[in-house]
Every structure is written in structure tokens, then in C-alpha cells.
Design a protein around this ligand. Structure first.
Ligand SMILES: NC(=O)C1=CN([C@@H]2O[C@H](COP(=O)(O)OP(=O)(O)OC[C@H]3O[C@@H](n4cnc5c(N)ncnc54)[C@H](OP(=O)(O)O)[C@@H]3O)[C@@H](O)[C@H]2O)[C@@H](O)CC1
Ligand SMILES: Nc1ncnc2c1ncn2[C@@H]1O[C@H](COP(=O)(O)OP(=O)(O)O)[C@@H](O)[C@H]1O
Length: 281
């Protein structure tokens, strides 16, 4: 049996305040490995949200054709063209957290980058195509590091080899089953996102809005989780806070109705974080 904690301002974990002599070296270096051919938007959304939620440094390793557009949009991100997995090694050595998967694709290039990430000891977040590749072969999992899996119901069904209907019929149990099977912290996305771990810990977010049913909203969430881990939060706590501020920001967008773009979340997510966890004081 498990007890479910509902996420509220009273039950949420907090991000530490910044000391007055804080510098970027204290706030983590997040590496985003994402964006195969034709999917440069997913990687940029993840990297931008990571930067905008306070990571000290953000590097983006992506398919070469995305480099100039990403730099033009957000020059604070260190954008690296990566054609071969060996080119990831120096970036992995610098990283304090890695997010892998948004728009990665499932070709040989994607598979080799995922294998390089899985070999490192750094904490990692697996999203989107990283989850699809994992579902195809369990041996792709990292063996030396703590990790977070962020499936939507379709990806969760692939991870448990069942149907989306079965996942949705028992969302909490599904999240716990994935956490147990993969020994990971799991964020099962969709209306009322569930966060679970392999020790039967489980939290439920009752915030959020159907206006968030659009392309890229999950890519943004991955970047937020990476930002909070980079700034020193434990994995489970980072997931809870990230899911909550992402969902609350979605509610704010809902007042404008249909047509919200995932990038619109950036400003309201910053506001939510500041309201819950002020930067100083
Ligand atoms: N701008 C860019 O570059 C963008 C790039 N992107 C990248 O595209 C890649 C493919 O990712 P993807 O999620 O679009 O496809 P996929 O994994 O087949 O899942 C779809 C199926 O899953 C299910 N399902 C999902 N949510 C559900 C829910 N709440 N509730 C219930 N079911 C739900 C649903 O299954 P169904 O109900 O149809 O059985 C649905 O058909 C990936 O790398 C991603 O990062 C995107 O991020 C977009 C922006
Ligand atoms: N109806 C909804 N209610 C609340 N949140 C939603 C709803 N639909 C989508 N979301 C949220 O939006 C995000 C969508 O993520 P995902 O399906 O991975 O999209 P993408 O791959 O396009 O980025 C998740 O965080 C999910 O919880």
C-alpha cells in the first residue's frame, strides 16, 4: 500500500535561496542532448526552459542543422553540433545533470548518443525518444547513475508493454510499476501528473489545464526538472516542484484560451517559482 501526497504550497519541497556572493558555478551545468533532424524545436524548448528556471550554465548537444537557429533565439545557451557520440564525451564530463530525449529520434545517431549518456555517472532525465529506445531494449538503461523517467501515457504504455487505456485506468499504480521496473523516479504526465519512486513514494499534482495539450509542453517540463536538479535539489523533490510550477503556469495561460504555445510557459513559470521559493531574503 502507498499513501499519496497531494502537491500544495504546504507539501512542496523548496529550492534553496541564493547566497549574496552566489555565482553561476554554484548553480549547476545542465547538458541537454536532444533534437534530431527535423526536431530542433523540442531541443530548444528544453534548453530554454532549463536556462530560464535558473540553471547556472546550459549546454545543448544537437543535430548540426539546429545550431544557428538555437543560438539566434537564445545566445546564453552553449549550443554544440554533435555528429558522433565521441563528441559528447567532453560535454558529459562538465555536466552536473543531463536531459536526454526531446525530439532525439530513434535512428543510429540517437541510439549512439543515448548509449554515451547511459555510461556516465551523472544524474540523468530520460524523456520522449530516450524512453521509446529504452522500451525497445531494457539494456539501454544507465547502470551507474540516478535517473528520472518522464513518460506521457503513450510512452508509459511502451515502457510497461501494455495499452494507454490500461495506464490511464490506474495512473498511480502505473507510475509505481515503472519506477519499480526501472528503479527510477517517474513522472507520469497528463492531466493530474503522478510522481513516484521505487520506494513506493507517490505525489499527485491536481493543477494543470487542457490548454497544455499541445506540442512541446513536455519538452519544457524536462528542461525545468533539469534546472532544479542542476541547482541542487534531490531528484524526487525537483520533479514535484517542476511539475507544480509547470502546471500552475499552464493554468495562467488558460485565461487566453486555445492556441497556447509551450514557450509561453517560460515567464509564468518563473513567476510561480519566485512566489514559492524567492531567490533571496
Ligand atoms: N517542436 C518539436 O520539435 C516537437 C517535437 N516533439 C518530439 O516528437 C517526438 C514524438 O513524440 P510524440 O509525443 O508526439 O509522439 P508519441 O510518443 O508517439 O506519443 C503520442 C501518443 O501517445 C499517447 N499520449 C500522449 N499523451 C497522452 C495523454 N495525455 N493521454 C493519453 N494518451 C497520450 C497517445 O496515444 P493514443 O491515445 O493515440 O493511443 C498519442 O497518440 C518526440 O521526440 C518528441 O520530443 C514533440 O515534443 C512535439 C514538439
Ligand atoms: N489535459 C491536460 N491537463 C493537464 N496537463 C496536461 C494536459 N495535457 C497535457 N498536459 C501536460 O503537458 C505536457 C505534455 O507533455 P508531452 O505529452 O510529453 O508533450 P510533448 O512531447 O509535445 O512535449 C505534460 O507535462 C502534461 O502533463
Amino acid at each position: 500500500m502507498h499513501n499519496t501526497t497531494i502537491l500544495t504550497p504546504a507539501t512542496l519541497p523548496s529550492l534553496a535561496r541564493r547566497v549574496s556572493d552566489c555565482h553561476k558555478g554554484l548553480l549547476g551545468h545542465a547538458l541537454i542532448v536532444a533534437g534530431g533532424a527535423g526536431m530542433g524545436g523540442a531541443s530548444l524548448l528544453a534548453a530554454q526552459s532549463c536556462l530560464r528556471l535558473g540553471a547556472g550554465l546550459v549546454s545543448l548537444a544537437t543535430w548540426p542543422e539546429h545550431v544557428s537557429a538555437s543560438l539566434a533565439r537564445q545566445p546564453e545557451i552553449m549550443v554544440r553540433a554533435v555528429l558522433q557520440a565521441a563528441e559528447l564525451q567532453p560535454l558529459l564530463v562538465q555536466a552536473s545533470v543531463v536531459l536526454v530525449g526531446p525530439g532525439l529520434g530513434q535512428d543510429d545517431w540517437a541510439t549512439s548518443l543515448l548509449a554515451a549518456v547511459a555510461c556516465t555517472e551523472v544524474a540523468q532525465i530520460w524523456d520522449a525518444d530516450a524512453l521509446n529506445l529504452l522500451a525497445q531494449d531494457y539494456r539501454r538503461r544507465p547502470t551507474q547513475s540516478a535517473w528520472i523517467l518522464t513518460p506521457h501515457p503513450g510512452e508509459a504504455a511502451r515502457l510497461l508493454n501494455c495499452s494507454v487505456t490500461e495506464i490511464q485506468a490506474q495512473r498511480e499504480q502505473s507510475a509505481l510499476s515503472i519506477a519499480h521496473k526501472y528503479q527510477a523516479v517517474v513522472v507520469l504526465k497528463g492531466a493530474h501528473t503522478v510522481i513516484a519512486n521505487s520506494e513506493q513514494r507517490i505525489c499527485l499534482c491536481q493543477q494543470g489545464h487542457p490548454v497544455m495539450a499541445g506540442a512541446g509542453f513536455g519538452d519544457v517540463l524536462g528542461g525545468v526538472i533539469a534546472a532544479l536538479v542542476a541547482q541542487g535539489m534531490e531528484l524526487f523533490e525537483a520533479c514535484c516542484l517542476a511539475v507544480y510550477i509547470h502546471a500552475k503556469a499552464g493554468e495562467k495561460l488558460a485565461v487566453y484560451g486555445r492556441g497556447a504555445a509551450a514557450g509561453d510557459l517560460l515567464a509564468p513559470m518563473r513567476q510561480e517559482l519566485e512566489q514559492l521559493c524567492p531567490i533571496t531574503g
